[in-house]
Design a protein around this ligand. Structure first.
Ligand SMILES: Cc1cc2nc3c(=O)[nH]c(=O)nc-3n(C[C@H](O)[C@H](O)[C@H](O)COP(=O)(O)OP(=O)(O)OC[C@H]3O[C@@H](n4cnc5c(N)ncnc54)[C@H](O)[C@@H]3O)c2cc1C
Ligand SMILES: NC(=O)c1ccc[n+]([C@@H]2O[C@H](COP(=O)([O-])OP(=O)(O)OC[C@H]3O[C@@H](n4cnc5c(N)ncnc54)[C@H](O)[C@@H]3O)[C@@H](O)[C@H]2O)c1
Length: 458
């Protein structure tokens, strides 16, 4: 049978690409060298969030890992080959290699392909630290296979993965040290969010070393030691490497397909997710290096398929509208620009600031660390009338990951902040924080006022 679309990769992006093809009445073939579901289901979101929930509930580590295996199996069952066949998606297990822009080979079988979505994902990046290869270090590919909690754990990298897993392991009872090369945890996020998280880590007994990179790793009688060019070494039982991800493109035969890659290894795409090949080959998900999140991979998969199959106007992928949540406690949630970014690009934007210590539900829950920052832009002709157009927000707090979606919707629909302030929110939910913060854009409400955005240099 001739297929209308070849999808390479069975992760979030590949699944969305194939499902969109079916929805458009096309016949997709999905080639994947791992089980459908990819990183998110097996080594990413699902196991990490299950472990985080178990740690927060005070489960022991063995129970946490058992829950991880159960959650992974349950979700994987909804997207395995049998389930996908029922949806009209044929799955071929194997590794795809381009032989030409119109041909890919899978386990000796040559497939003709006029339209392709490449969705081969990413893998843990391993930093060039002397001696690291001699350690039995962990990555997110192996950490969820642990059966016993290490007594001591050093986490290399204080980004999303490092912070989420450091806190979960510490809550299970491990002695955790996070080593972050930049000056603060979560260096890509709002600076105050980093400070709030660093304070919470300190209160929970997690050691944080920032502004340092390990220069050498040593294995000594079953224990590990990380050494630095300055400062004390870290003695530990296991090391978890979480210093970023590398796109998976090796061995794909991209040159034969005429597909170029960026310096960081990501497949080069335009905003329509078209590659540099002759027309018809698109890329989606982590392999594009655009926005390394499941929901972004899903959206890219849909857009890539739509653009590959449809004639006429093509859809664009805009990373700036994608919300993100780091599932630490407190959660760190972002959509649109941070205050620092807005100050650079939109210096007459205004920002409302509300500490969680002024939110009744946060007080009732005894968790008042965190804040809401809502950023609004002046509107053409109307200026700040109606409070200005919602540009985005940073929310740090226990339910920040849920609250951010009200702002994502407001941004997406071009809403002005007045709508958020005028919408009655049920008391005493955490979401009242959004209404309370939005009210700062209006003089008729008492209390705090929104102010111009500031960069750290101001
Ligand atoms: C620990 C961790 C926690 C995370 N938590 C979150 C979270 O909470 N929220 C969130 O939004 N994101 C999270 N992410 C990120 C999210 O998991 C990824 O952005 C998402 O899974 C990317 O999907 P993808 O389809 O691009 O790639 P993948 O899921 O990696 O899929 C790629 C697929 O391609 C296949 N493949 C590769 N090469 C070939 C080839 N040559 N031929 C055939 N098949 C091939 C692989 O087998 C794989 O199935 C997390 C990631 C990690 C590691
Ligand atoms: N909740 C979520 O949505 C979620 C959770 C986990 C991962 N992810 C996705 O996965 C991606 C990868 O996560 P990640 O945490 O690996 O990457 P990251 O880019 O978020 O963080 C990596 C951190 O490692 C630091 N670093 C780099 N080299 C170092 C070294 N040699 N020593 C010490 N620190 C070093 C960097 O400065 C950075 O802060 C994220 O960008 C995110 O998109 C998302």
């Amino acid at each position: 049978m001739k297929h209308d679309l070849l999808v390479i990769g069975g992760g979030s992006a590949g699944l969305a690409a194939a499902r969109t093809a079916v929805a458009r009445g096309a016949r997709p073939l999905m080639v994947t060298d791992g089980p459908p579901g990819g990183d998110c289901t097996f080594t990413g979101c699902v196991p990490s969030k299950t472990l985080i929930e178990a740690a927060a509930r005070d489960d022991d580590f063995a129970t946490g890992i058992r829950r991880v295996r159960e959650a992974v199996a349950r979700i994987a069952g909804t997207e395995d080959e049998t389930a996908l066949a029922g949806e009209g998606i044929e799955v071929l297990r194997g590794r795809a290699v381009f032989r030409s822009p119109r041909e890919a080979e899978v386990e000796g079988r040559v497939l003709a392909a006029n339209r392709v979505v490449i969705a081969t994902g990413s893998e843990p990046r391993i930093p060039p630290i002397r001696g690291l290869d001699d350690l039995d270090y962990l990555t997110t590919d192996t950490v969820f296979e642990l059966d016993a909690l290490p007594r001591r754990l050093a986490v290399l990298g204080g980004g999303a993965i490092g912070c989420e897993l450091a806190q979960a392991f510490a809550r299970f009872g491990a002695e955790v040290t996070v080593v972050e090369a930049q000056e603060r945890l979560l260096p890509g996020e709002d600076a105050e969010a980093s400070r709030v998280l660093a304070d919470r880590f300190k209160a929970e007994g997690i050691t944080v070393r920032t502004g340092v990179s390990a220069a050498r790793a040593r294995q000594l009688e079953g224990r590990c030691r990380l050494e630095f060019d300055g400062g004390e070494p870290v003695a530990t039982d296991r090391v978890l490497v979480a210093v970023g991800r590398a796109p998976v493109t090796a061995g794909l035969g991209l040159r034969a397909a005429g597909v170029a890659v960026e310096e960081n290894g990501a497949i080069r795409t335009d905003d329509h997710l078209a590659t540099t090949s002759p027309p018809g080959i698109y890329a989606a998900g982590d392999v594009t290096g655009r926005s390394l999140f499941t929901h972004a991979a899903h959206l890219m998969g849909r857009i890539a398929t739509d653009n590959a199959l449809r004639k006429g106007r093509r859809r664009r992928f805009l990373a700036s509208s994608i919300p993100r949540v780091i599932f630490t406690s407190p959660e760190v949630a972002q959509v649109g620009p941070t205050e620092e970014q807005a100050a650079r690009t939109d210096s007459d934007a205004r920002m409302a600031y509300l500490p969680m210590s002024e939110v009744d539900r946060a007080i009732a829950a005894g968790r008042t660390d965190g804040f809401v920052k809502i950023i609004a832009a002046r509107r053409p002709w109307l200026g700040t009338l109606g409070g200005g157009r919602v540009l985005g927000a940073t929310i740090v707090g226990e339910r920040a990951g849920e609250l951010i979606h009200e702002i994502a919707l407001a941004r997406q629909t071009g809403m002005f902040t007045g709508r958020l302030a005028q919408t009655t929110h049920a008391y005493p939910t955490h979401a009242v924080a959004v209404q309370q913060a939005a009210a700062q854009f209006f003089t008729e409400y008492g209390g705090r006022r929104a102010h111009l955005v500031r960069s750290s240099a101001d």
